[in-house]
Ligand binder design. Structure first.
Ligand code: GAP
Length: 492
């Protein structure tokens, strides 16, 4: 590894080398912004989903689960506003054929005498690059330029803009709206009558089942419906590994409340959700709230906060918490003609509930967890790469090592491994020096390693080595399962 390699480069390389994440269909050259989870990634992802489900559904009395289909009646997306409104402005570069989200492109324009001077477009975060272009191409100082959003530049001035990846002006097209939903067809004929969409959020599957859940269970408002599932968006710009992809999983919960109590519930859920990330082991100083201003609010939201994480590429959204008011149920009531109101026998009142939504990305949580856990540490005469994953998330819970293969030590170790495998994924390794075996497990985040040595034969104890502190102690071999249970499931 060279010094120039960034944390992201190192993490991406670790993910591929150790089987966390691969590019999709790599043997065919890959498919842009689509990824596959390898053996360790699949375990980590499942553990994240289980952690979320346990936190949101299993531990509570007022939230139930749902698993709705990806394909839904096309009217759902008309009612939800996605057919008309789920679009991003797109600009193309006619020369490089690159595409940009117009709302993520900025322009440096000369402050004075700017009527015929060149302007320099650049992607969000590339301010320094743009300043260098001003110096090299316009032979001017960037301080004499002002920064504007591309969407604020009149179209007649576009011919003077030097595109983000260009040295000459005039290659950017006018922005045009682009709907992010993937379309497909039901049945053999591809015409407009049988268009269906790949859902761009899981939320709508919950709204259209609101009355089914009310009628089939004993839930009463306030209550929530939680769901984990795939969502698809034909994103214009994808970047930063699995941060923004075209196929991803969401973990969403919709909480139905009496109108007027919505803002209090909104505050409750904000606090609950940030507590969740701390519980997941994410460093507190890397988390913050970001409140959506008027111009950022989605069409359905009366209030919205993001929980952001400080990635190596900046502070970015990890989860959205939205007060969606009665927008969704009212729209479905209107478009389907089915009553979506609820009779509240506490207050003897009929109303369409308000909804407070918590919407997290599973893949984005996985990236956050990996970034937050990744560390390179200098040891006395060595370096180690370690993933400090929460034990409940770690794909492999323990390494089981015989100190040497002979004298019956491997037999004892294999027996322990077979017993533990009934309950936890553990990994048996008898190859090479124990120190190297520890390093291999550190790199994939295995929290504990148990070593069977000669003393085991005498007193039936093993050493347990802790990934984070690297401390070792002896415990009875009979106590290994309880040790793991207390660390992984009880979080002690
Ligand atoms: N139901 C509301 C909703 O979908 P959103 O802010 O568009 O709200 C919620 O998405 C979360 O889904 C985001 O905070 C992010 O974690 C995840 N997400 C959205 N688009 C994504 C993408 N293209 N790739 C990966 N995750 C994405």
């Amino acid at each position: 590894m060279t010094n120039q390699e960034t944390t992201m480069d190192k993490l991406i390389s670790l993910c591929k080398r150790r089987g966390y994440i691969f590019g999709s269909s790599e043997i065919y050259g890959g498919l842009s912004a689509v990824y596959d989870y390898g053996p360790l990634g699949a375990e980590l992802k499942r553990n994240i989903k289980n952690f979320w489900w346990k936190w949101m559904v299993q531990k509570r009395d007022n939230i139930v689960g749902l698993d709705a289909a990806i394909l839904m009646h096309p009217r759902v997306w008309e009612a939800s506003g996605h057919v008309a409104g789920f679009q991003d402005p797109l600009v193309d570069c006619k020369v490089t054929k690159k595409r940009y989200r117009a709302d993520q492109v900025y322009v440096l324009r000369p402050k004075d005498g700017g009527n015929d001077g060149l302007m320099f477009a650049f992607k969000e975060g590339d301010d320094e690059l743009a300043a260098r272009k001003v110096k090299n191409i316009a032979k001017a100082d960037a301080s004499t330029y002002e920064k504007l959003a591309l969407t604020d530049i009149p179209l007649r001035e576009f011919s003077r803009i030097v595109g983000p990846d260009m040295k000459e002006p005039g290659s950017l097209t006018e922005p045009r709206q682009f709907n992010l939903m993937f379309k497909t067809h039901v049945g053999p004929v591809e015409d407009n009558a049988n268009v269906v969409y790949m859902r761009p959020e899981t939320a709508q599957g919950i709204y259209v089942n609101f009355t089914n859940v009310i009628n089939s269970t004993r839930v009463k408002v306030p209550f929530g419906i939680a769901q984990i599932g795939k969502a698809f968006r034909n994103e214009i710009t994808t970047e930063n590994f699995i941060f923004r992809t075209r196929e991803f999983e969401q973990m969403e919960m919709q909480f139905f409340v009496r109108p007027g109590t919505d803002m209090a519930w909104f505050e409750t859920w904000k606090q609950d959700r940030i507590d969740y990330y701390r519980q997941l082991g994410i460093r507190q100083e890397k988390l913050r709230f970001h409140e959506h201003g008027e111009d950022e609010l989605a069409h359905y939201a009366a209030a919205a906060f993001d929980i952001q994480y400080e990635f190596p590429f900046g502070w970015k959204e990890l989860e959205g918490i939205h007060n969606r008011t009665d927008f969704d149920l009212k729209r479905h009531q209107e478009w389907s003609g089915r009553d979506q109101s609820y009779f509240d026998d506490e207050v003897k009142e009929k109303y369409v509930p308000y909804i407070v939504e918590t919407s997290a990305g599973c893949d984005r949580t996985l990236l956050t967890v990996l970034v937050d856990a990744f560390a390179e540490e200098k040891l006395e005469n060595d370096m180690r790469t370690v993933l400090r994953l929460h034990p409940a998330l770690a794909p492999i819970k323990a390494g089981i090592f015989p100190l040497v293969k002979k004298e019956g030590l491997s037999d004892i170790a294999i027996k322990l491994k077979d017993e533990l495998k009934q309950h936890y994924p553990v990994f048996y390794d008898e190859g090479g020096a124990v120190g190297r075996r520890y390093r291999r497990q550190d790199e994939i985040g295995t929290p504990f390693c148990f070593t069977i040595d000669f003393q085991t034969k005498e007193d039936e104890t093993v050493t347990v080595r802790d990934r984070d502190s690297m401390q070792q102690k002896r415990i009875p071999i009979r106590g290994v399962f309880d040790y793991l249970f207390s660390k992984i499931d009880k979080g002690e």
